[in-house]
Design a protein around this ligand. Structure first.
Ligand SMILES: [Zn+2]
Length: 310
């Protein structure tokens, strides 16, 4: 039977409830100084508000080595009564301290991702650190601006190998929403990952409806997110992009998340839109624009399929 792997164990897909399909409770990068999400109490407050608004599951797309705090996630999930899905995988090379990626490559990236999916995630950012009981439920990878560098290709090849070993879905960060066609050609074309296990993220940052329809024709999931302060320029195009894809018959491939990436973007403690914005503001607007059935697809039915292991 297919299941979604949460930090507390495997859950039948129809038990996820309302899902924030792409967000962050913890995040840290040398490329984003001053924007750390590293406070468990603030994460708990954000999650509690999400639960009060009817949220059932949050998927954290923070990959290894970026302060994802895998050791904190089980207790947060239990306390809030919200399923949490965590990610293994890697972001762009710029997000890592020099030397860390070399140490990780020593044991093989595919074996590392697979171990995080099946045995348990490293609790910290040290490749030689302890492994906790919580397992990852997806593999995160990242493209570059309008292309893929050697690091991105290497990580995607390892992610594909981990997918073939486990069935776990692969979620893709697209820089400013670009290079999604290159990613699809690599993952589904060359590496044989089924399109239904590929989740293309951040497409709202490149709001080209024609391109979105071409990508959707592949059968992959299109994961939209926002709003975020950093990407305000394209936030107001979100509903139009979703309407266009739904009208083209792709409502069953759409995912939506909050993608909170900085402490000031948090609702409970930062005065920003945060995780709750997704249910407080966006869900009613999506229901009004696309209809209740499409909203239920975006928030409940689609993530249940997308995050279930093949
Ligand atoms: Zn993200």
């Amino acid at each position: 039977m297919r299941a979604v792997r949460t930090v507390l164990g495997d859950v039948p897909p129809d038990r996820l409830g309302v899902c924030d399909a792409h967000d962050h409770l913890f995040l840290r990068s040398p490329a984003l100084p001053g924007h750390e999400l590293d406070d468990p109490a603030a994460a708990a407050a954000e999650l509690a508000t999400f639960r009060e608004l009817g949220g059932g599951t949050l998927v954290q797309w923070t990959p290894f080595g970026m302060g994802r705090a895998a050791g904190e996630l089980p207790a947060l999930s239990r306390a809030a009564g919200v399923h949490l899905v965590a990610a293994t995988g890697l972001h762009q090379a710029a997000h890592y301290a020099p030397g860390l990626l070399e140490r990780l490559r020593g044991g093989g990236l595919a074996a590392f991702f697979t171990a995080e999916l099946t045995e348990g995630m490293l609790t910290g950012d040290d490749p030689d650190g302890p492994r906790g009981p919580a397992r990852a439920g997806m593999v995160k990878v990242a493209g570059m601006f309008h292309g893929l560098d050697g690091h991105a290709r290497e990580v995607m090849a390892a992610a594909a190998e981990a997918h073939h070993a486990t069935g776990a879905p692969i979620g893709v960060h697209h820089e400013m929403g670009t290079a999604a066609a290159d990613v699809l050609a690599l993952l589904t074309g060359q590496l044989g990952v089924p399109a239904a296990s590929v989740l293309l993220g951040h497409l709202n940052r490149f709001p080209d409806p024609g391109l979105h329809r071409e990508l959707a024709a592949s059968g992959a999931y299109l994961a939209f997110d926002g709003p975020s302060r950093a990407h305000h320029a394209t936030d107001w195009r979100l509903l139009g992009c979703l309407e266009d894809l739904a009208a083209a018959g792709h409502a069953d491939q759409l995912l939506i998340g909050g993608d909170t990436t900085s402490a000031t973007a948090r609702a409970a403690t930062g005065g920003g839109p945060g995780v709750p914005y997704l249910l407080r503001v966006l869900r009613p607007r999506i229901a009004a624009a696309l209809g209740e059935d499409a909203a239920a697809a975006l928030f409940v039915r689609n993530p249940a399929r997308a995050f279930a292991w093949a």
